[in-house]
Design a protein around this ligand. Structure first.
Ligand code: NAD
Ligand code: DAU
Length: 335
């Protein structure tokens, strides 16, 4: 199978490539990635020689068209992915997440290529902490941030191309991923690398916001399950019952790294900060038979901390600029 992976030099996409080559030796993988601040070919170390890597923009039809034409399936990960960045400057989110998806859809329609769209649970807005409900495939879309609104728009484009043009497409909406090769701007890698640097972790607001954590390999196995067995036009939610509030995540990181569990600082909250995400993944489990492999968040988190300890050369180049960006954001929020 010839697989075109967009965003394959980013966090989830690069893990998808590693996992695909490990589990599907006959797959021919092409990665299309613009190598923004969030992408690096070092995330493909060890597999780069077994794939075709194309540096390019998913919103550039001249690049996209021949790559899609030569593929059996497109798995679309490429995106601007960070909420804080979308609050500082939404414009790249509109171009990559909306125009980029549109460009891929047009190519997939023209060449009748199977398309899988990787999306987020954030399209469903947020839940109250005490709400007994979780997100399902029927939850109405109410995105909060420019990032989640751009992903919601891209999901709607995919559904319109299925209905109006008969595109052979599936969608998946997943909760918060953790694991190796995640950019140091994101919550878990930021705090782990802060502790490694002797800096106290930073908790937004009261820290009671809940995220539904899933290991990136479990997400990617679910994506393959949907690519291989999902019904065209259908959406599948991906989650592993991993709800935990941010305070407890920080306390666990600190404990696993041999620090006092309260050795962190509260900082000004993110604007519009979603309170809680929670996924009901029954459709994926019952219809397609997927189950997560990582049994406890604690074990997956400990392995992730070890990965950052052992791969300073991977995260160090981005650390200083990321923290400088956060310092500027805090100054703006404090005004
Ligand atoms: P990431 O920011 O780590 O990686 C994004 C990748 O896309 C980078 O390699 C970047 O260079 C590339 N890219 C950005 N703009 C591009 C463009 N115009 N053309 C080509 N490549 C471009 O993101 P991630 O966390 O790996 O997320 C991947 C996908 O999964 C996104 O679509 C995101 O919305 C979705 N998702 C992420 C999570 C999560 O927890 N991180 C959860 C659910 C869904
Ligand atoms: O739910 C899926 C989404 O998860 C994906 O679509 C996004 O691409 C991905 O970035 C992630 O979004 P979040 O905004 O939930 O992730 P982030 O890592 O930025 O933050 C997780 C939580 O931690 C959130 O409640 C904000 C908080 N936080 C974050 C940072 C960076 C802090 O308390 N301190 C921090 O320094």
């Amino acid at each position: 199978m010839k697989v075109l992976v967009t965003g394959g030099a980013g966090f989830i996409g690069s893990n998808f490539v590693h996992r695909t080559l490990a589990t599907r030796p006959d797959a021919e993988v092409t990665v299309l990635d613009a190598l923004t601040y969030a992408g690096s070919t070092t995330s493909l170390d060890g597999v780069l020689e077994r794939i075709r890597f194309v540096e390019g923009d998913v919103a550039d039809a001249e690049v996209v068209d021949p790559l899609v034409a030569g593929s059996d399936v497109v798995v679309h990960f490429a995106a601007e992915s960070h909420n804080d960045n979308s609050l500082a400057d939404p414009s790249p989110f509109i171009r990559t997440n909306l125009v980029g998806t549109f460009t891929l859809l047009e190519a997939a329609r023209k060449h009748d290529v199977r398309y899988h769209h990787v999306s987020t649970d954030e399209v469903y807005g947020d839940l109250e902490l005490d709400d007994p409900k979780k997100f399902t495939e029927d939850t109405p879309y109410t995105p909060s941030s420019p990032y989640s609104a751009s992903k919601a728009g891209s999901d709607h484009l995919v559904r319109a191309w299925v209905r109006s043009f008969g595109l052979r497409a599936t969608l998946s909406n997943c909760s918060n991923n953790y694991g190796p090769r995640q950019h140091v701007e994101k919550f878990i890698p930021r705090q782990v690398t802060n502790v490694l640097d002797g800096v106290r972790p930073k908790l937004y607001g009261d820290g009671l916001n809940v995220r539904d954590w899933i290991h990136v390999d479990d997400h990617n196995d679910a994506v393959w399950t949907v690519v291989e067995r999902g019904r065209a036009g259908e959406t599948y939610l991906i989650g592993a019952n991993g709800e935990m509030n941010n305070r407890d995540v920080i306390a666990l990181i600190l404990e696993l790294m041999g620090q006092e569990p309260d050795a962190y600082d509260h900082v000004t909250d993110r604007a519009g900060h979603d309170r809680r995400y929670a996924i009901e993944a029954g459709k994926l489990r019952q219809e397609l038979g997927w189950t997560p492999r990582y049994e406890t968040f604690r074990d997956g988190l400990a392995a992730t901390i070890d990965w950052y300890r052992e791969h300073e050369e991977w995260w160090r180049p981005a650390k200083e600029t990321t923290e400088a960006k956060y310092a500027r954001t805090q100054q703006v929020l404090a005004r």
